[in-house]
Design a protein around this ligand. Structure first.
Ligand code: F6P
Length: 361
């Protein structure tokens, strides 16, 4: 009999509930108990935020986006900013308290579902003695140690569907439509959706772009009787002489800046340089919402089941990962070392170039 606690941290991604579903079912089969910690680690600080998860609680949730446990991307237990009554911000470390509660509540293992930030926190808890198994999540697909994270396929499908819809309106008005997509400093969502959605140009964080490239492409389109264009810009892209654009940090305790603004900047440049009617839109959190695709569901269910198998085998401090179609486990310490970037020599980048998509260089 084991007692497991599961948490979801960082930005949500379609498939989180599918992991929870698989963990609860796989534990039930073994006669183990599962508890969910709300909003990341809140359940290990306050028992009101801890929920016993039964088969009834997870009925049908594999098909639903978001997370039944809630999530946060501003909660680092090792450095939690707290505002006192005088309005001063103090940074406190509550990790010891979490470890004590984990032991006092009799947990045997923690399944931490998260992106690189949450998994880095999970690794620090592992180093403090908590038996942890990580599950890789992020729509950005930027974790090096796994071929795929769940959430990415759904985000790409949403972005591709949006591009499909924009074609008809762009064409009707002879317009350029610039679409800003998520992905932080990796261009996976932009590349996959841009190729699949018939973009004329895709600007990735991995290739600083020359704005003249898309202006030339628009002129070239016109020579061939195409008077509209679709441009996909990753939120982390930048021009060859510019900076990555952001909107500051937003909330107290937030680790990363909020990226955004480059799509509108590109649209303005195109408007000024070509005189074309140009509009921009930001797909934003639409890409994080909705029901997970079949691919993401299956991947998330496999990750959840594999995480429970690892606990049964006595493995600790590892992350489940997808490698060449198989479930494997990698040390968490390796998984969080670096972010996965688009390989500029990959066949997808070559295919984009072959079919005439301008990549900004
Ligand atoms: O990491 C996932 C992600 O959706 C990024 O693509 C994006 O930059 C960021 O999270 C947005 O975070 P928030 O939900 O805090 O606005």
């Amino acid at each position: 009999m084991k007692k497991i606690v599961i948490s979801t941290g960082g930005g949500d991604a379609p498939g989180l509930n599918a992991v929870i579903y698989a963990v609860v079912h796989a534990c039930y089969r073994r006669g183990w108990e599962v508890y969910g910690s709300r909003s990341g680690y809140a359940g290990l600080l306050d028992s009101d935020e801890l929920q016993r998860l039964t088969l009834a609680d997870v009925d049908g949730i594999y098909a639903i986006g978001g997370t039944i446990l809630g999530s946060t991307n501003k909660g680092d237990p090792f450095a939690t900013p707290v505002e006192n009554l005088a309005g001063e911000v103090q940074v406190v470390d509550v990790s010891d308290k979490i470890i004590r509660n984990f032991q006092r509540m009799g947990f045997d293992a923690h399944i931490a579902i998260g992106g690189d930030g949450s998994l880095a926190i999970a690794q620090r808890f592992f180093e403090k003695g908590m038996p942890v198994i990580g599950v890789p999540k992020t729509i950005d697909n930027d974790l090096e140690a796994t071929d795929r994270t769940f959430g990415f396929d759904t985000a790409v499908s949403t972005a591709t569907e949006a591009l499909d819809k924009l074609h008809s309106t762009a064409k009707s008005h002879d317009r350029v439509m610039v679409v800003e997509v998520m992905g932080r400093d990796s261009g996976w969502i932009a590349l996959y959706s841009g190729i699949s959605g018939g973009a004329d140009a895709i600007f990735l964080p991995e290739i600083p772009f020359d704005i003249e490239c898309i202006c030339n492409k628009i002129s070239d389109n016109e020579l061939h009787g195409k008077d509209y264009a679709i441009v996909v810009v990753a939120e982390g892209a930048r021009s060859s002489d510019g900076e990555v654009m952001n909107k500051g940090r937003g909330e107290l305790g937030r680790e990363e800046v909020i990226l955004g603004g480059i799509g509108e900047w590109v649209a303005q440049q195109i408007r000024e340089r070509t005189g074309k009617d140009t509009r921009s839109l930001v797909l934003g959190h639409l890409q994080r919402g909705g029901s997970p695709t079949t691919f993401d569901r299956l991947l998330a269910l496999r990750f959840g089941a594999a995480a429970v198998r690892l606990i049964e085998e006595g493995v600790q401090g590892h992350m489940v990962a997808l490698s060449a179609g198989h479930m494997v486990s990698v040390p968490l310490a390796d998984a969080i070392k670096s972010r996965k970037k688009v390989d500029l020599n990959s066949d997808k980048v070559l295919a984009a170039r072959e079919i005439g998509i301008c990549l900004g260089d």
